[in-house]
Design a protein around this ligand. Sequence first.
Ligand SMILES: Cc1cc2nc3c(=O)[nH]c(=O)nc-3n(C[C@H](O)[C@H](O)[C@H](O)COP(=O)(O)OP(=O)(O)OC[C@H]3O[C@@H](n4cnc5c(N)ncnc54)[C@H](O)[C@@H]3O)c2cc1C
Length: 469
Amino acid sequence: MSDRKASVVVLGGGPGGYEAALVAAHLGASVTVVDRDGLGGAAVLTDCVPSKTLISISDFMSRFEAATDLGVGFPADAPGDGDHVATADASRVNARILALAAAQSHDIGQRLQADGIRVCRGVGRLLSSTKVRLEPADGDPEEIEADVVLVATGATPRVMDSARPDGERILTWQQIYGLTELPEKLVVVGSGVTGAELAHAYLGLGSEVVLVSSRDRVLPGEDADAATVIENVFRRRGMQVLNRSRAAGAERVGDGVVVRLEDGRTVEGSHVLLAVGSVPQTAGIGLEEAGVELTPSGHVRVDRVSRTSVRGIYAAGDCTGVLPLASVAAMQGRIAMAHSLGDAVAPLNLRGVSAHIFTDPEIATVGYSQKDIDEGLIDAQTVMLPLATNPRAKMQNVQDGFVKLFARPGIGTVVGGVVVAPRASELIFPVTLAVQHRLTVDQLAATFTVYPSMSGSIAEAARRLHSLD
Ligand SMILES: Cc1cc2nc3c(=O)[nH]c(=O)nc-3n(C[C@H](O)[C@H](O)[C@H](O)COP(=O)(O)OP(=O)(O)OC[C@H]3O[C@@H](n4cnc5c(N)ncnc54)[C@H](O)[C@@H]3O)c2cc1C
């Protein structure tokens, strides 16, 4: 191999792209990242970081509301609107969220610059499998020869022709941070992860919320027991959940919106939020012309080391449709660079991915699911422990949630788990460690936990799966 540095061009500066760029630079390549909307991508600027920040504010307010159940009093002159102990100033909340996202994007830029990575703000498209055209936001277009191209162009919210977002009252999840007032009555269309998380967020902030779900229950893709807990909590806190109700369209009427359902019913609100999935940003960037195979849904087809159908072209993140998580996008990008630049590489293992939903309580899952077991994909024993019996949960007034573990019969290897709890996104880590490293329930059970702690329930669940065979 010559001493010439390999040239790597990355299309898209989200987690799939920028994490890969860092690895490629570390491995000695000359790296260019071209990004259209801002480093960090949708993950940092409009999706993951803003939504989690909004949810943390909402959760903060909910804790004030719940504090009165614990005997905490608030002086009569405490700020509030009479019904709520605390109120949210949407302008300030959203300004803080956008500033935080911009700061995170800026930090990523600094990091890339420090590692000698060239960043170009603009659009990139493939001219061939080894040539990329950069069209900077300011400046002249340029063509770059590339030994390796990584496509990490992400996805964008799906919109319905019958409900065109206007950024004011008919909104995608990327437009909500422009609001200067809290929606009085928000109709959320779609009860997948994004719809459920944002419905939860606005309920906590003080909006009246109607969640329109086309399926039998919210979070149709998740563990059924976990989804049932969340739906019950939503209803108990006053959210109106409309199951088996498919939205046909939405329009502005006067000062508000009307959402039409397919069965003829209508739902009125002040705003509607559309959370009906996303579409990959793969059109018009030369992929098909370069011979890159796309799936019928327009995603780039990749294998477990992120290779596309064309040698030298890799893809990572939401544009591949493998699993729409920032952590997975980043891992795919890192794997792509390690593979293309000749470093040691392990193929992507989706069973080790811990996924989470930031409702209250949160849901976190890893490994094989209950559905996999019920459908016979794997033989496993299950134990489910409600959190209500956990001493720490009692102290913290946590009434909803559980820990579920799945383990192979006899040998007891942990193959999956579900945690529904406050901060489940943190609590899932020991289960993820167990799944990733094939630990047994006995090894989990023999590990000390703090008393009292929520993680005590994970060890207890493992203890209950101890085999006497
Ligand atoms: C509301 C919401 C909340 C989420 N929360 C979480 C969470 O809590 N945890 C989690 O792990 N995941 C979360 N996700 C998923 C996560 O945001 C995505 O999986 C992640 O953004 C995917 O990263 P990516 O690099 O593939 O794409 P993106 O982050 O979308 O970045 C793609 C980048 O490519 C750029 N681009 C597109 N086309 C071109 C082009 N032709 N030339 C140059 N640049 C281009 C775009 O401008 C963008 O900057 C959430 C998603 C949503 C919708």
